[in-house]
Design a protein. Structure first.
Length: 229
């Protein structure tokens, strides 16, 4: 029983609706608390990505691509990330996807946080510490992902690309997302992006970390919402 309880977060099937969840994702006047918590989540997401970069042992698939673009353009990784996100967003047009305020803030905040955080993060010599920093990055990214998904203000650029391509192709969503991520890694790696232990940690750990984040937030705040005043 204890084991089942400890792994209950792996069974979560939907994004929880909590006090900062917007009633509709596509709204031009979202609740202020939804926007504020969205921003908190995206800052944490960007910080987690920055920790992965600082670790030097591999980054998430799209950051591999951003690093590759940085290698050939001289741009900062934040600027490369911004350009990739805008390009992906433009791909929404033929897919008839509609961005929300969360989509736009996703593009801006994560790119800015990457460039602001990277100079301040430690870069260790020890492999063990570098792997630990990468693992911390995955956990922080997962926490941020859970918070911003619960805000319900529109998908990130890559999520919208995934759902649009799935609707167009009819292929299973897992296969579509995997193909997108593999393509990003392959292109980024060919351009000199860093693929390694951190990439594997992200690939296998980000899903459980996001799920654990949403489960924990649901346990804390849903219980508080149900308590009598």
């Amino acid at each position: 029983m204890a084991k089942d309880g400890a792994l209950a977060f792996l069974k979560i099937r939907a994004v929880p609706h909590l006090f900062w969840s917007a009633p509709r994702p596509l709204t031009i006047r979202p609740p202020a608390i939804s926007v504020a918590m969205l921003a908190v989540g995206l800052v944490l997401f960007g910080l987690g990505e920055a920790l992965l970069i600082a670790s030097g042992v591999g980054v998430s698939p799209w950051t591999v691509l951003a690093q590759g673009i940085t290698n050939i353009t001289g741009w900062s990784v934040g600027l490369a990330t911004f350009v990739i996100s805008v390009t992906v967003l433009l791909a929404w047009i033929p897919l008839r996807q509609t961005p929300g305020i969360g989509t736009i803030l996703n593009i801006i905040i994560i790119a800015v946080v990457l460039d602001l955080a990277l100079p301040w993060l430690p870069q260790f010599e020890s492999l063990a510490l570098r792997v630990a920093e990468a693992a911390a990055g995955v956990i922080v990214t997962g926490i941020g992902g859970g918070i911003y998904l619960i805000a319900n203000l529109g998908p990130g650029p890559r999520d919208g690309l995934m759902t649009g391509l799935q609707r167009l192709s009819g292929f299973p969503i897992a296969g579509v997302r995997s193909a997108i991520e593999i393509g990003a890694v392959a292109l980024g790696w060919s351009l000199g992006g860093v693929v390694g232990i951190g990439t594997l940690l992200f690939a296998f750990g980000i899903g459980p970390c996001v799920a654990a984040s949403m489960y924990a937030l649901q346990q804390v705040f849903a219980n508080k919402q149900s308590e009598p005043g």
